[in-house]
Design a protein around this ligand. Structure first.
Ligand code: SER
Length: 341
């Protein structure tokens, strides 16, 4: 008998850290096995059953996993973020797209082997949007899932295409085969806004100015924000991101009217983020030095997203608005982490 397990790829990233801790605290779940090219930080290694150090492009390694385990749910978090991807777009495509195809194929194979659907949870992103100019962005307000799907970044193109691949594997995979497959990949995606964690820092994203300014302030370091003060995109506190993934994973299939959902919590400008950070850490030294090209990426992302489908279908409701995210989660946790008196 193979051990039933939950697989998390890219587990050593920000969302992986949060998810592993949450699953461990909740208990009463199949053991968690993780795959990350960097291994797993010591702090969270005790919470997982097994750590595989390896690449999602290594299909032999993925085959080993389904020989060893009966994988029930996959959280496929491994990806290169938007800024990082622009420095090596073809490598980003390999990791973000071919890596996802490898995992989807593995999930399809696993569904067949176990005679039951495999749940496939996928973090997509506001980077799949591409608004042509600031006037359109201002006029668009909260955009729904189907508008402005014309990303300007490799990462955004990759995530948008992977959403389609997920739908393909869920509903149309091998559609011309002689006999119908009774078991499928149960693909579900949330489009995350920028995420802010009190415990970890992102690497290579374009929404990173928010967590970077806050962590720099707590650490007593000066920070040059790479976007204009009036830049506005949606954000979410990390515990709500974990909540969104887990709530969608548990939603009854018949309630889902789509497989890709916007989720959001609050949409501050960079100036508002600066003000709230300065009010918490009075010695913060934050200045604005916009980087023209990273600014253009942020300007192409919506100021807000419409998450009414997630609210209606699976009861999405974030725990933290802007004030609560800072007052109840970010500031106390970060202050403790950096020992701010
Ligand atoms: N946080 C991501 C990035 O900046 C967007 O999903 O790349």
């Amino acid at each position: 008998m193979r051990t039933k397990a939950i697989l998390i790829t890219g587990a050593n990233g920000e969302v992986g850290h949060g998810l592993i801790r949450y699953l461990a605290e909740r208990g009463n779940m199949p053991p968690v096995i993780v795959l990350d090219i960097r291994g797993l930080d010591d702090a969270i290694r005790p919470y997982v059953w097994e750590t595989k150090v390896g690449d999602i492009l290594d299909t032999a390694l993925l085959d080993t996993l389904i020989n060893e385990y009966e994988i029930d749910t996959i959280y496929h978090l491994a990806a290169l973020l938007s800024t990082h991807s622009e420095f090596n777009p073809e490598q980003a495509h390999r990791v973000n797209v071919q890596g996802t195809v490898n995992l989807l194929r593995m999930a399809a194979e696993q569904s067949r082997l176990r005679g039951q659907d495999v749940k496939f949870m996928f973090p997509s992103s506001i980077a799949i949007y591409g608004l042509p100019d600031l006037e359109t962005k201002a006029a668009a307000g909260a955009v729904n899932e189907d508008l402005f799907n014309a990303p300007t970044t490799m990462y955004g193109c990759n995530k948008l295409y992977c959403e389609h691949l997920g739908r393909y594997y869920a509903f149309h995979y091998r559609q011309l085969a002689v006999s119908d497959e009774p078991y499928h990949v149960d693909f579900r995606a949330v489009r995350f806004p920028g995420l802010i964690s009190a415990l970890t820092m992102p690497t290579g994203g374009t929404s990173d100015y928010a967590p970077e300014m806050l962590h720099a302030a707590a650490a007593g370091k000066p920070y040059a924000c790479f976007v204009r003060p009036d830049s506005r995109i949606p954000f979410m506190a990390m515990p709500d991101a974990i909540k969104a993934l887990l709530t969608l994973a548990q939603a009854p299939t018949e309630q889902l009217t789509r497989r890709v959902y916007n989720v959001t919590s609050f949409s501050p400008t960079a100036a508002e983020l600066r003000d709230i950070t300065v009010s918490a850490f009075s010695n913060a030294q934050i200045r604005f030095e916009p980087h023209q090209k990273r600014q253009a990426i942020v300007d192409s992302w919506p100021a807000d997203v419409d998450d009414s489908a997630a609210r209606a279908d699976w009861g999405w409701n974030p725990d933290y608005d802007l004030r609560a995210a800072f007052d109840d989660y970010l500031i106390p946790t970060i202050a403790e982490r950096y020992q701010v008196k």
